[in-house]
Design a protein around this ligand. Structure first.
Ligand code: PEP
Ligand code: MN
Length: 264
């Protein structure tokens, strides 16, 4: 298989327009769950940059459980996200939910994110694989490691896009956390595939004060980076405020991670 270690023994380093993922450094992607407006995303981009993130995240097309919940600002959100990232020298990752929106999202984003709910949307995987852009592939809500690797194979076989695996927790019987964060996926994917893997402790736990310890655990497990939700005012966030760090807690976490990384 194209994604397997047997096929390609060396680590693949994914180059996101100059930002390298999988080269032994730890790359942080930070930003709000949803882009809510230009000022909100600019403020968040500044906080992200000051903490040491290299890539700005933010949803413009949102996969919401309820059809009545905020669905995202769509193209307007993509424009704000790109503008804020460019202003602060950051790259962009954002989700593409629909095959018909791939060209649109690819015009604004450096990495195309495939959400957990679309991990086995095989037509979407094949189509994004043809763009050549790096694909951030979230683990499915109840995706096994084997299903996840096969999803990555759909991307790899259809074109030239490299994959970045994103462990974001899986559904189990446990209800104290939003998902069960499966850290063993990090060394397991590293053993089985040459593509990098990052952790998403925000969706992995669903609780903001569990995020920094699980981010540190991600570093210890050997992840190539993380994607984390931050917001200037989490209590008033339009989505996922309960799992978002504010400026202070984000900067504190980034400091801890830097200390850990130099120790390792
Ligand atoms: C997100 O990143 O905001 C998101 C919707 O994540 P997931 O697809 O992992 O649920
Ligand atoms: Mn979210």
């Amino acid at each position: 298989k194209l994604t397997s270690r047997e096929f390609h023994p060396q680590d693949t380093v994914v180059d996101v327009d100059g930002v390298k993922i999988g080269d032994g450094s730890f790359t942080t992607m930070a930003g709000p769950c949803s882009v809510e407006g230009l000022e909100q995303i600019r403020e968040t981009a500044q906080i992200a940059k000051e903490g040491g993130a290299k890539i700005l995240r933010g949803g413009a097309f949102k996969p919401r459980t309820s059809p009545y919940a905020f669905q995202g600002l769509e193209e307007e959100g993509l424009k704000y996200l790109r503008q804020a990232a460019d202003e602060f020298g950051l790259k962009v990752i954002t989700e593409v939910m629909d095959e018909n929106h791939i060209d649109l999202v690819a015009r604004y984003s450096d990495i195309l994110q495939i959400g957990a709910r679309n991990m086995q949307n095989f037509k979407l995987l094949s189509a994004v694989g043809q763009t050549g852009k790096p694909i951030g592939l979230k683990r499915g809500i109840s995706g096994t490691i084997d299903e996840w690797l096969n999803a990555a194979e759909y991307v790899a076989v259809s074109g030239k896009s490299p994959v970045i695996f994103i462990e974001r927790g899986i559904r189990t019987f446990e209800s104290a956390t939003r998902n069960t964060f499966d850290l063993s996926a990090v060394p397991l994917i590293k053993k089985m595939s040459h593509f990098p893997i990052i952790v998403d402790p925000s969706h992995g736990t669903g609780v903001w004060d569990l995020v920094p310890p699980m981010a540190r655990a991600g570093v210890a497990a050997g992840a190539d980076g993380m994607i984390v939700e931050i917001h200037p005012d989490p209590e008033n966030a339009w989505s996922d405020g309960q799992q978002s760090l504010n400026e202070k807690t984000y900067h504190q976490m980034m400091h801890e991670i830097q200390v850990l990384n130099t120790a390792m």
